[in-house]
Design a binder for this molecule. Sequence first.
Ligand SMILES: *Cc1c(COP(=O)(O)O)cnc(C)c1O
Length: 369
Amino acid sequence: MSMKVPYFDLQAQIRALRPELDAAIARTLDQCSFCLGPDVAAFERDFAKFSGAAHAVGFNSGTSALHVGLLLLDLKPGDEVITTPFTFVATSWAISYVGAKPVYVDIDDATCNLDPAKVERAITPRTKAIMPVHLYGQSCDLAPLAALAKKHGLHLVEDAAQAHGATYRGQPVGTVGAVAGFSFYPGKNLGACGEAGALIMADAALAERARALREHGSRTRYYHDEIGYNYRMEGIQGAVLDVKLKHLAAWTAARRRIARRYTELLKGSPVKLQTELSGCEGAWHLYVVRHARRDELRAHLEKQGIGTGLHYPHPLHLQKCYADLGYRAGDFPVTEAAARECLSLPIYPELPDAQVEHVAREVRAFFGA
Ligand SMILES: *Cc1c(COP(=O)(O)O)cnc(C)c1O
């Protein structure tokens, strides 16, 4: 049976929300509130509530949010931040932007998230923070990381760019660390109609400084207390995001349903499936399977009209831009195997059941299973 299954498709979501989005954008146009403004403020209040945080601060991307997140902790050149080499590069950009050094630690084979058991031996007198990522929308094991941070006097910063609505033992991700960054890139679980991001935090003073840093380091117009940035969220993105946020819980439930269906259908097949930590609920930004014959499997699915993705095929410790960190192939064997084996199957809230079944059937067909 031939059936086209796109890897990702935003059109159904935008079509369904079109009247609401049109009205929200029209209101922003009428107000001419294009940079920050009331729509961004309303979204910040609603996103803080959704995330279980006292404060949310909107940014013009997830990358700029993470950058400011590290500035808030007064990281300086020479400082080290322990993080994962198996993520989108922007996690490490934030560390580099403040002049600190990413120190990579290998991932856990079952979850593809930073392995807490390997973190302690990477801590040096220069270590200032631990920055885990909730990769694919699955919470990483935060309790041991928080315990290590406390024991060694380090900050814990969460990259929750893929994990809106995920929980760690009943607690929303992003609320365990001092500060957490989210991305609203259009393809994320909550996506703007353009670029956007946010920080969440419990501490009012950190939130106040984040607001100043995103707006030219300014608290009072034309007074610049410290060197700042133009990292403001656009008014239209705030309006769009506030409309979409109302649907996020339902979308997350749909992603979880699709993930459960894939897992049922692929259980016992040769591909290795993602594991959720017990007591944690993932946001299922991606549904990733692993196999040594990943490239052949991908080509087979492609031939059947099924789109797939790779997250991420080139680990950060082997990127040219980080050559001066001195890492080599073989330094992080679990990461390097995951990079060779991971394959992201189509998952988005509107993906029809019949297509999920078709994808799973074709994965099995490739192996003759
Ligand atoms: C998307 C993403 C970012 C960066 O967010 P942008 O909004 O694209 O700048 C950072 N970290 C991770 C893990 C991401 O997936």
